[in-house]
Every structure is written in structure tokens, then in C-alpha cells.
Design a protein around this ligand. Structure first.
Ligand code: SAH
Length: 262
């Protein structure tokens, strides 16, 4: 090996393995090392050479996750050994994917890297649920927000809630299922109409995709009635959710029972 290793921070896409980019696939095909997490579809690993080292660094139930510092270190060390390293992440690596931290570490160590964007779950799971995140009639702005909210900065939070409640048409909350009661309460409290449509989309783009729809007022009950809708899930808030009634194309192709039919 020439010593010119490199790290590719690659978006695996939201679940459907075909939603990886051509560039991402090419990176996998030439990888010496693949470092992957829980939400990157494991089927994609088949595209890496058989000889490639595979390192899992995602969460295991009741187990520790590999610490971010250790991941950063593994990426740098393997590349400094002259290897082509693919860091494969679910969705887009820069959307709640820590690619920024990893790239910063690599830059600091003088390791060459590239970021290969991916299709993020907030957009893709929504599209596969028959919901376009923008629409000329129903939504001209779109925000991605972590639902893993920090309680330690209440003032900041108020500003944020105000903006999300009244300034943005479509909001996709990632990692938000556990905080759904808080999310819907805060949005209503800060001025969003309680009748605003909401969809909770779990395992979007995969055959096991499951969706529940409702309104800010009743989405908690609707979710409780549909216990098969679990993490990972996107909570999508906004009038665009109504489009699902007309263009719910993906579940139709699966012959899946639509748990949402009213
Ligand atoms: N980088 C990823 C997001 C990682 S954060 C991306 O761009 O998509 C993890 C969160 O992403 C989950 O808690 C969930 O909210 C969302 N998510 C990831 N895959 C998903 C899927 N297939 N369906 C629904 N939500 C998903």
C-alpha cells in the first residue's frame, strides 16, 4: 500500500439499500475497512470486498456504544495505515450523524477524507409515506430538528419552539418518539393549530415501514393504539401530511395494511 489512506464519510441512505448513492457504493466497493452503525442497512456490507475489515460501532440493546472518540481514532489510525476506510452511516452523514465531528478529527490529524452525502430519513421516510416535505400549496419551508431535546437551556428552547410552531411549515423531528408528548404540547403552546396533521413514520423505506397519522391534538393516542410503530421513526408535522391520503404509493406496492385508514 502506498500509504495514502483516506476516509470516506458515506451516507447509506434511510433503509432501502438502493437509496445509497452511486458514489457511496463505489466507495464501499474499494473499501479496506468499513465502520458502520446500527441504522446503515447491513445488506450494503455485501458490496464491500470479502476481505474488507468490518467494524460495528452502533448501539446494542443494553450495551455500551463505541465512544465517539474511539470511532474517530479508529478512522484516523486505519487511514494512517494506508487503508481506504468507509464510515457508513444511516441517512446523510451530516444530519445528526456526527460527520462534522469525525471530519474535524481527521482534519486535525492530517488524514484525507471526503464526505459522501446520503438521502436523509426525514425526507425519504416521508416520501415513502406519501408525504412530500414541501408542496406549493401546503408547505414552503422545512426544518429538521432533533427531538432529543435538552432541558438544560429552557430559554433557548422557548425561542426554538416559537419558531417551529409559527415560522416553519413542515418540521421533521428525528429521535423524537420518546419526547412526542413534549413536542406536541410545546408546539400547541407556542401557537401551532392543534389540528395540524402529524405523521409518525417508523422504519421508513423498508418493507416493515409503519405509519400512524393524526393531529397534534390526538397523535399520542393514535401512536398508543399502533404499538407496532416504533423507533427509529420520524415525526413529521405540517399540512403536507394530508398529501398521504392521495399519494401513499409505497405501502400500496407492499400490500401493507394501512394502519392509518380512518
Ligand atoms: N443521519 C441519519 C439520522 C441519524 S439520527 C439521517 O440522515 O437520516 C437517528 C434518527 O433518524 C432516528 O431516531 C429516526 O428519527 C431517524 N431515522 C433513521 N432511519 C430512519 C428510518 N428508516 N425511518 C424513520 N426514521 C429514521
Amino acid at each position: 500500500m502506498s500509504g495514502a489512506g483516506k476516509v470516506y464519510l458515506v451516507g447509506a441512505g434511510p433503509g432501502d439499500p438502493k437509496l445509497i448513492t452511486v458514489k457511496g457504493l463505489e466507495c464501499l466497493q474499494k473499501a479496506d475497512v468499513v465502520v458502520y452503525d446500527r441504522l446503515a442497512n447491513p445488506e450494503l456490507l455485501a458490496y464491500a470486498p470479502e476481505t474488507a475489515e468490518r467494524i460495528y460501532c452502533g448501539k446494542l440493546p443494553d450495551h455500551h456504544t463505541m465512544r465517539q472518540e474511539s470511532i474517530n481514532e479508529v478512522l484516523a489510525e486505519k487511514a494512517l495505515e494506508g487503508k481506504i476506510v468507509v464510515r457508513l452511516k444511516g441517512g446523510d452523514p451530516c444530519v445528526f450523524g456526527r460527520a462534522g465531528e469525525e471530519a474535524e478529527h481527521l482534519a486535525g490529524r492530517g488524514v484525507a477524507f471526503e464526505i459522501v452525502p446520503g438521502v436523509t430519513a426525514g425526507i425519504a421516510a416521508s416520501a415513502y409515506a406519501g408525504i412530500p416535505v414541501t408542496h406549493r400549496d401546503h408547505g414552503s419551508s422545512f426544518a429538521v430538528v432533533t427531538g432529543h431535546l435538552r432541558e438544560d437551556k429552557p430559554e433557548l428552547a422557548v425561542e426554538k419552539w416559537r419558531a417551529l410552531a409559527s415560522g416553519i411549515d413542515t418540521v421533521a423531528f428525528y429521535m423524537g418518539v420518546a419526547n412526542l408528548p413534549l413536542i406536541r404540547t410545546q408546539l400547541i403552546k407556542h401557537g401551532r393549530d392543534a389540528e395540524t396533521p402529524v405523521a409518525v413514520i417508523s422504519w421508513g423505506t423498508l418493507p416493515k415501514q409503519a405509519v400512524v397519522t393524526g393531529t397534534l391534538a390526538n397523535i399520542e393516542e393514535r401512536l398508543a393504539e399502533n404499538s407496532h410503530v416504533t423507533n427509529p421513526a420520524i415525526i413529521l408535522v405540517g399540512d403536507v401530511v394530508k398529501m398521504r391520503e392521495k399519494i401513499n404509493w409505497f405501502e400500496a406496492t407492499l400490500g401493507v395494511n394501512d394502519s392509518l385508514a380512518e
